[in-house]
Design a protein around this ligand. Structure first.
Ligand SMILES: *Cc1c(COP(=O)(O)O)cnc(C)c1O
Length: 381
C-alpha cells in the first residue's frame, strides 16, 4: 500500500516538547499554570485581540459564547449553513433554534443579503434572533465589514467562528476580532494544534473573565465550594497549552507553508477546463488551511469531484468533499433556513485536497500528477 497522504496532519515545531517538559518538571499538570497564561498572551499578541481564554475545544468556546450572550431555550441564533456541525451543535445544547443562512460565492461564507432578509423575516414572525455566527471557512474570511454593519444596525451580537482561520486577515485585521467574541480551535487537523483545544478571544475583558469563571465550574469567591451558577469544565490543560506555545512560535511559518501548498496546486491545475479555485478578494488574506477545488462536470468532460476523490483514495491519499451544508443534514433539516443554492452547489462540486504544512514536494507532485492524469483522460474521451 502507498504511504498515507493526509488532508491535514499535526506538524510539530522544535519547542513544543520543552514547554511540556517544563510543565512536568514543575508539576504544573493542571488546567491552569504558566503555559496557559503564556499561550493566552501569545494568542492575544498574534491576533491583536485584547483578551483570550484558552479552553478545551472550539466547540466549548462556541458554547460559552452563547451562554454569555444569554442564549436560552426557545431563542433563535442565525448560523452559517456551510460549515462543520460543531458551529451549530452548541446552539442546540442551549435548547435554542439554529436558523441557517446560505453563502455567497466570493468567500463561500455567510451571505450578507440573506442575513438581512432572515433578520427582517424572523422579526416579522415575532422573534428577534439572539446572535449571529458567521464562519471563516477553510481560512477565507467572511465579509465581516458588511456582516458587522448589519449586526450593528439591528443591534445583534456576533460570534465569529474562526476555528479554521488563525492567521487569516481582512483589511489587515485578524479573523475572529470583528465580532463581540471570536472562536479558535486547536484540534489535531487545524493549522496549529494542541492535540485538542480552543479559545475565546474578545476586546471585552468582562466577557473573557466570565468565560474563565464558567469554564472552571463557576466557583464563587469563598474558601469552600460555593456556586450560584451552572459551571462547565472547559479549561485547557497546562500540558496542552505547552504544545500551543511551541506551535505559536511557528504560526507565521505554518501560514506561509499552507499558502505555498495552495499556490502549487493553482500553478499546476488551473489550466484545466472545469477546475477552479477559491480566489482571495482584494484585502482578504486566507491562511489557506485547506486548498479546495471545484470541478464542474459540464466543463471537465463529465468528470466529478467524486471520481477524483476515489482515484486519490485508491492511492491512499485523503481528499474530502466540502462541508455538507447544515440545512441538508438529517439532524438539522427541520430548522428554519434561508437558502440560495450556493452551499449545495459547492458541496456537489467541491473537494478539499491534502493541504498540510508538512507535505513535501514529492507528496504534492504525486497528488497533482494523479489529478492531472484523470482530468486529461476525461477531456480526451
Ligand atoms: C474544528 C471546528 C470547530 C470545532 O472546534 P473543536 O476544537 O474541534 O471543538 C468549529 N467550527 C469549525 C468551522 C471547525 O472547523
Amino acid at each position: 500500500m502507498d504511504p498515507k497522504i493526509w488532508l491535514s496532519s499535526p506538524h510539530m515545531g522544535e519547542h513544543e516538547f520543552s514547554f511540556v517538559k517544563e510543565a512536568f518538571d514543575t508539576n504544573w499538570i493542571a488546567p491552569l499554570g504558566p503555559n496557559v497564561d503564556g499561550f493566552e498572551r501569545d494568542l492575544a499578541q498574534f491576533t491583536g485581540s485584547k483578551h483570550v481564554a484558552a479552553l478545551s475545544s472550539g466547540t466549548a468556546a462556541i458554547h460559552l459564547a452563547l451562554i454569555m450572550l444569554g442564549v436560552k431555550a426557545g431563542d433563535e441564533v442565525l448560523c452559517q449553513s456551510f460549515t462543520f456541525s460543531a458551529t451549530a451543535n452548541p446552539i442546540v445544547y442551549q435548547g435554542a433554534t439554529p436558523v441557517f443562512i446560505d453563502s455567497e460565492t466570493d468567500t463561500w461564507n455567510m451571505c450578507p443579503v440573506l442575513l438581512e432578509e432572515a433578520i427582517k423575516d424572523r422579526i416579522k414572525k415575532g422573534k428577534k434572533p439572539k446572535a449571529i455566527i458567521p464562519v471563516h471557512l477553510y481560512g477565507m474570511p467572511a465579509k465581516m465589514d458588511r456582516i458587522m454593519a448589519i449586526a450593528d444596525r439591528y443591534e445583534m451580537p456576533v460570534i465569529e467562528d474562526a476555528a479554521e482561520a488563525l492567521g487569516s486577515r481582512l483589511n489587515g485585521k485578524a479573523a475572529g476580532t470583528f465580532g463581540q467574541l471570536g472562536v479558535l480551535s486547536f484540534n489535531g487537523n487545524k493549522i496549529i494544534t494542541t492535540s485538542g483545544g480552543g479559545a475565546l478571544i474578545s476586546n471585552d475583558d468582562n466577557l473573557i473573565d466570565q468565560a474563565r469563571f464558567l469554564a472552571t465550574q463557576a466557583r464563587d469567591a469563598a474558601p469552600h465550594y460555593q456556586h450560584s451558577q451552572i459551571g462547565y469544565n472547559y479549561r485547557i490543560s497546562n500540558i496542552s497549552a505547552g504544545i500551543g506555545r511551541g506551535q505559536m512560535m511557528v504560526i507565521d511559518e505554518r501560514v506561509k507553508q499552507r499558502r505555498r501548498v495552495y499556490e502549487t496546486y493553482v500553478k499546476n491545475l488551473s489550466d484545466f477546463e472545469g477546475i477552479t479555485f477559491l480566489i482571495e478578494p482584494v484585502n482578504y488574506k486566507s491562511n489557506r488551511w485547506l486548498t479546495t477545488i471545484l470541478i464542474d462536470p459540464i466543463k471537465s468532460g463529465g468528470l466529478t469531484r467524486e471520481t477524483i476523490r476515489l482515484i486519490l483514495e485508491k492511492k491512499n491519499i485523503e481528499a474530502r468533499p466540502l462541508w455538507k451544508p447544515m440545512h441538508t443534514q438529517p439532524v438539522f433539516e427541520n430548522y428554519p433556513a434561508y437558502i440560495n443554492g450556493v452551499s449545495e452547489a459547492l458541496f456537489e462540486q467541491g473537494l478539499c485536497l491534502p493541504s498540510g504544512s508538512n507535505l513535501n514536494d514529492q507528496q504534492l507532485q504525486k497528488v497533482i500528477g494523479l489529478i492531472k492524469n484523470t482530468v486529461s483522460n476525461a477531456v480526451n474521451c
